[in-house]
Design a protein around this ligand. Sequence first.
Ligand SMILES: [Zn+2]
Length: 465
Amino acid sequence: MPSFSRLIIIQVVVILTAVLYNFFTKYFDDTVCSKDPPITLKLKNDEEQVYSWDDTCQLYSLDYKEARSKFRAAIQLYENVETFSFPVAIDSNNEPLTIDVAIFPGNTPEYGTVVHSSGLHGVEGYAGSAIQLALLQKDVLPLSGNNRPTIIFLHALNPVGMQEHRRSNENNVDLNRNSIHGNMEDFVNQRDPNIAHYDSFRTFLHPTDPDGFLIESTWYRTFGMWINLLPLLYQYGFVALKRAMVSGQYHDPLGIFYGGNELQPSLQHVQNFWDQRPDLFRDSPSLVWIDIHTGLGPFGKDSIHCYPSFPNEAISRFPQTPAELQSQYFLTSHSVTMSVKEGETSDTFVGYDLSKGLMTSYFAEVYNSSGIFLAQEFGTLPAFLVGRGLVLDNMLYQKTKRREIKAGDGDKTQSGDSDKQDYSYRSPYLSKVFFPQSTTWRASVVKRGVALMLQSLDLSTKTKN
Ligand SMILES: [Zn+2]
């Protein structure tokens, strides 16, 4: 008969095995899309509507050009649509990597414009692209009604990041820290580099490693980086680490969450589009902008960050308070955050109080009328794995780039001033972190993403109070 202590050990082993099994089957499912069952969404507004998608592989892509081809093909099925392509960079085959735009004109100007954008953070664009393709399936968008707003899709705002499976762009810039309202040079000069303790955590976030020794060390990638982090976590805490990462920094161009020192080509295109089409943006009586992201929050669930810079009283078609927004607008969302002040934010956006240069926040500030600007964030892996992926990817990328720069002509700089690049880098660390290959995740993203867009279109056409 086994002794009592032996029974305890057996129980502990069984529990640990079950926990690890659940962890890996949930976060590292690795099921190919062809094995997914059809996705079905039931939405109840004035009447219940059912939407379904039979083939998940038609929505999701593993490569930027595959996603763009699917988007362009889907748009071609419609007649009354305006399309553009903004070239952001040229690859070594002389092919531009582009932001693709589709405008479905509305027929009731007072209902304004609803914008849906994907891929601001490169690799996160595979989720946003899938939602856009699901919306573009015939009979999903309400395009036949008499009263409808203009609908704009912006596909792959950071095409190079999407191609390289990275979060930052061709210049290592995080585009969602780059949209600074006002003079960017002044902002960069005035911001305390260590305002959010980036430098305090620098030995973890961007260790000095000129020969790329650390990234090649299995010990460092598995245990070493965490052991180095322990004293810093003890001194500052986990929230401080998250804040040090997500606040963005403007003084370490080869580091993570680098916000740049000038407006990047992708955002310049969006800004020009905004300026050239005042009918769609500045003069539109109502503007809703949904920007899709991944990597924050519970697996497959969406957390909404609704930017507080617009005047609340102006959005009279929409619910006003976070509680009303949750119950009447963001029907399927996990949480709603309208302010990132301490004590007023959901867990997902804790630590974002010092983040600047967010794209939708920027356009919310320059838009001076009735508008609602939000980020829809889909959770992926636990935060420590997301952080690990970002740090290791940056180390590998910088090592690869340094080799490229050493091998090429000495004048090449990080500002991407050589016209053509091969963009053959594929981040092995960020693909799964920001785009899990999981049946459950894929279905959840499509359902929640489509639901939010359709709900936005529905609320856009409600009569003003
Ligand atoms: Zn993002």
